[in-house]
Design a protein around this ligand. Structure first.
Ligand code: SF4
Length: 371
């Protein structure tokens, strides 16, 4: 990216457009640092509409950092259920504890202190400093990177280190004499609403007169792709164990990718293994319980950013003991089917619970799982 010291950018036009078009998002009503922090973490890998829904529910449950720190784990995880990337919610809980213990229940107005909190990296710290405290920290998210790739017709991937560094420097210069809070949000909003990945609305763009890609006819080629990420297929199987009208569930260990969430025991298929064999093996390896009388239940598919997970499930009963010895979980429980919804589960397992609920309400012969 060629550095343009004399780079002209219509900041006033952009800010005027933002003033007239910005979305009414709940954290923009107060810019409370706690609200900004939670919204920033929630919106990672989450669409705005969904993020707002979760945010409103979250703030109703935990109106401030002290309420969050005092809440029990089950309630906090349940409020996050469905957003995925559960290390984020684990870190939020830890950070809330630190904020209450060391910062009087407040988000500190200091970049380096923010960086020391669990789950807060350079981008999130800069976002809190800029949006909550109106300080001059540049923000380059995917929207801002796309806007500048087009404005400056950049023919290199925006993720390249040199391109990122130069864009940060340029933005730092542009933040002088404006409200960093408004300017950063205006750029992000432009990328989200006008300069969209496909079919940008160049006719309605407040900075179109300065757009080099528009003049060069290269808008559709910007930003330059940094290479396709192949999606990885994963096939898993799990056992829905029934005993005396109750179902066995276990809670994953803290250091697990789904740490803190509950699940039906299961795991990946080994090479050459059938899903039913895997369900029996995984149940035994994880709990030392022996599954018998397996009946196929649902197969569900869930897409993650880099993975596609196919999950086969089997209802079964037990031979022998019913008290497990855990090897992959921190605790277990036998619960009534209608109690399953009180626990936080990963996405694929939630689909199974919805199917179980449907079958309980509308039993239909062989597909029915719960006796
Ligand atoms: Fe994006 Fe079009 Fe505006 Fe250029 S003119 S910044 S491509 S919306």
């Amino acid at each position: 990216m060629e550095k343009r010291k004399e780079y002209q950018f219509p900041r006033d036009a952009l800010l005027a457009w933002f003033g007239a078009n910005r979305r009414d998002l709940p954290w923009r009503r107060t810019y409370d640092p706690y609200h900004v922090w939670i919204s920033e973490i929630m919106l990672q890998q989450t669409q705005m509409e969904r993020g707002v829904e979760y945010f409103n529910r979250w703030i109703a449950l935990f109106p401030d950092i002290r309420a969050l720190a005092a809440a029990d784990e089950l309630t906090v995880f349940k409020a996050w259920e469905g957003l995925g990337y559960y290390s984020r919610v684990r870190n939020i809980r830890k950070a809330a504890g630190v904020l209450v213990g060391e910062h009087d229940g407040r988000v500190p107005d200091d970049y380096d202190t923010l960086l020391g909190l669990p789950g807060i990296g350079p981008y999130t710290a800069a976002a809190i400093m800029s949006i909550a405290f109106d300080r001059a920290f540049p923000l380059v998210d995917a929207n801002v990177a796309r806007v500048f790739a087009r404005l400056q017709d950049i023919d290199r991937p925006m993720k390249e280190r040199g391109v990122q560094r130069e864009l940060h420097e340029l933005l730092k210069e542009m933040l002088s004499d404006v409200s960093p809070r408004d300017f950063n949000q205006a750029l992000m909003e432009l990328g989200a609403l006008v300069c969209t990945p496909r079919n940008p609305d160049c006719g309605g763009c407040p900075v179109r007169a300065y757009c080099e890609a528009l003049q060069a006819g290269t808008v559709a080629e910007r930003p330059v792709n940094s290479g396709r990420v192949e999606r990885i297929d994963i096939v898993m199987a799990c056992a829905i164990v029934e005993h005396q009208g109750r179902i066995f569930i276990q809670q994953r260990q803290e250091d697990d990718i789904w740490g803190g969430l509950w699940e039906f025991p299961g795991g990946r298929l080994k090479d050459g293994e059938e899903p039913e064999e895997a369900a029996v093996r995984e149940l035994f390896e994880e709990t030392e319980l022996r599954a018998v009388n397996l009946r196929p239940f649902r197969t569900v598919i869930h897409h993650y950013t880099r993975y596609r997970v196919t999950l086969h499930s089997f209802c079964c009963s037990l031979r022998g003991k019913v008290d497990p010895r855990l090897h992959a979980a921190q605790q277990w429980s036998w619960v009534a089917p209608e109690e399953l919804e009180q626990y936080p589960f990963p996405a694929g397992h939630r689909q199974l619970i919805a199917a179980l609920k449907q079958d309980l309400l509308f039993p239909s012969g062989s597909r029915r799982c719960c006796a």
